[in-house]
Design a protein around this ligand. Structure first.
Ligand code: FAD
Ligand code: SF4
Ligand code: SF4
Length: 481
């Protein structure tokens, strides 16, 4: 919010860097500002367009667990607070069909179907890479059943379940039960169509369907429209019964009581990522505590080799989670997740303290998936001539730690390596200060002329010790094999 309002910060959201030329103190950047088909200066963010838009699409922000419209805001708190048309799904951009409803609804006249991508050129002195991370694809560990077993979800999906603004309004339902809502919606639609047809017959022949079917069964009324009416009514009755039962089931959905968090999914595993993802131990504990707050009857287990509570008061938080919130920590490495007849996940693990193989049935298993380099890390590394380290994150000098191998280009947050929000924010401030000091020559003034030589020496040493870019490429190639 502060950034959006700051008079000296220009925010180019929904944009991508396409080219970089020049050197520290004098970079020229080419940015593609993608067409939103909504004028940012006119849109008030009221949302009337999305209310009326007839096109419903899977919502990526809610990791596919909810729906959004073809004109949408990526998430409620997004800055700038304006809507965007998803041209891949909007009816106006499809050949042959025309809609234009949002343009007619929008009082601010912000809709502009003719808008095109714009290229913006920027002259800057330094660049800070803060492109973040992406989550490990849990399907790569087939033994945990993600994508195959409905009640195995990722940590991010679980966060959306816990959120009051999420797809379940903060209730933790089993995804296999949630499918009921979709079935109910389909049945409701079928019921409406069928009821309309039956009402039409009742009006035409001025008789209730119950009375008619008695007469039809006794042979009093036969042939033509009567046969059609009888057919409609006979198929309507089981549909009505099915709708009633499904509605009762949907209304009596129970929250998932027994939860199992499985740590290090894709992290600290030589098949995928050797590194520790740094934030998942703590976010699993946080999610476990919140789940217990929502439902004090729930039983929550965290399965992990160890808990890495690295940070001020983190260990104390972990101990409170165990002592006060009643979270059970099970030292183990989970071997497999199967499911029983009720679609309940069954966790198979070795209890390394008891040295026994055990199993536990739960309502839902949550996979703490690894933090991997962001999708644009490789592209930007090539564009900027900035190498990646062996894990695929931007490689930086040992000292100063946020400088990449290209002078004037800095990295922070998860683009630099896995870390939590406070550390990312601290690094971002640090990178901004480092960029300013590098530009102002302040650092060389403070530390004397030797510091420039030290920087160059540091770059040479790390670059000489290993070819980071080549190593990361090898790692990528290995993954695909
Ligand atoms: C389930 C889960 C729960 C978590 N809970 C917590 C928690 O409670 N507390 C906590 O401290 N941490 C938590 N974390 C960790 C937290 O998400 C990270 O620490 C934090 O997001 C890192 O911030 P970042 O800005 O470095 O990266 P990101 O949040 O990934 O932000 C990077 C941004 O850059 C954008 N971007 C990427 N490439 C480009 C490009 N080429 N051009 C323009 N933009 C680009 C991305 O779209 C994104 O908006 C959690 C993580 C997970 C997975
Ligand atoms: S033109 Fe129609 S389908 Fe497209 S975003 Fe507007 S209302 Fe939705
Ligand atoms: S933070 Fe915890 S769960 Fe995440 S990779 Fe490290 S040890 Fe595993």
């Amino acid at each position: 919010m502060d950034v959006g309002r700051h008079p000296k910060i220009r925010l180019l959201a929904y944009s991508e860097v396409e080219g970089v030329e020049g050197e520290m103190g004098n970079f020229r950047i080419r940015v593609r500002k993608k067409a939103r088909y909504v004028d940012e200066n006119k849109c008030t963010g009221c949302g009337s367009c999305a209310e009326k838009c007839p096109t419903v699409v899977c919502d990526a922000y809610n990791v596919g667990l909810a729906k959004r419209k073809a004109i949408y805001k990526y998430f409620a708190q997004g800055i700038p607070s304006v809507y965007t048309i998803d041209a891949a799904h909007c009816r106006n951009f499809e050949t042959g069909k025309k809609c234009g409803l949002c343009s007619r609804i929008c009082q601010a006249g912000a809709i502009d179907y003719q808008q095109e991508d714009r290229i913006v050129e920027l002259d800057v002195g330094a660049i800070i890479l803060a492109t973040g991370y992406e989550l490990f694809d849990a399907r790569k560990v087939p033994e945990y059943g993600y994508g195959r077993l409905p009640n195995v979800v990722t940590s991010l999906e679980f966060e959306r379940f816990l959120s009051a603004s999420g797809p379940t309004g903060g209730h933790v339902y089993k995804p296999s039960d949630l499918a009921v809502s979709e079935v109910l919606a389909t049945l409701e639609k079928q019921m409406r169509t069928s009821s309309r047809e039956i009402e039409r017959f009742e009006k035409t022949f001025e008789m209730s369907s119950e009375r008619f079917i008695e007469k039809f069964n006794s042979g009093e009324l036969t042939g033509g429209h009567y046969d059609e009416w009888a057919g409609q009514y006979r198929s309507f009755l089981p549909l009505k019964e099915k709708f009633k039962r499904t509605k009762e089931r949907a209304e009596s959905l129970k929250t998932a009581h027994r939860l199992a968090f499985i740590q290090c999914v894709g992290s600290r595993d030589s098949r995928f990522n050797g590194h520790c993802s740094a934030f998942c131990c703590m976010h699993s504990i946080k999610e476990a505590v919140i789940a217990r707050e929502h439902d004090p009857e729930s039983e929550v287990h965290i399965f992990g080799m160890d808990i890495r509570a690295v940070g001020k008061n983190f260990e104390e938080y972990r101990n409170r989670a165990e002592g006060e919130a009643g979270i059970k920590f099970i030292r183990s490495r989970v071997a497999e997740v199967t499911e029983n007849d009720s679609h309940n996940p069954v966790i198979w693990y070795e209890d390394t303290k008891a040295r026994q193989v055990r199993s536990m049935e739960v309502d839902m298993a949550i996979l703490a998936v690894a933090c991997e380099p962001g999708p644009s890390a490789r592209r930007l590394s090539e564009l900027l001539g900035v190498p990646l380290n062996e894990f695929g994150f931007y490689a930086t000098l040992t000292v100063p730690p946020l400088d990449t191998f290209r002078p004037g280009v800095f990295a922070c947050g998860c683009a630099h390596g896995p870390m939590d929000i406070p550390e990312s924010v601290a690094q971002a401030s640090s990178a901004a200060a480092r960029a300013a000091s590098a530009l102002m020559g302040a650092r060389s003034k403070e530390q004397g002329a030797g510091s420039g030589e030290q920087d160059a020496e540091s770059r040479k040493q790390v670059a000489g010790s290993e070819d980071h870019g080549a190593k990361a490429k090898k790692r990528e190639a290995g993954k695909g094999e």
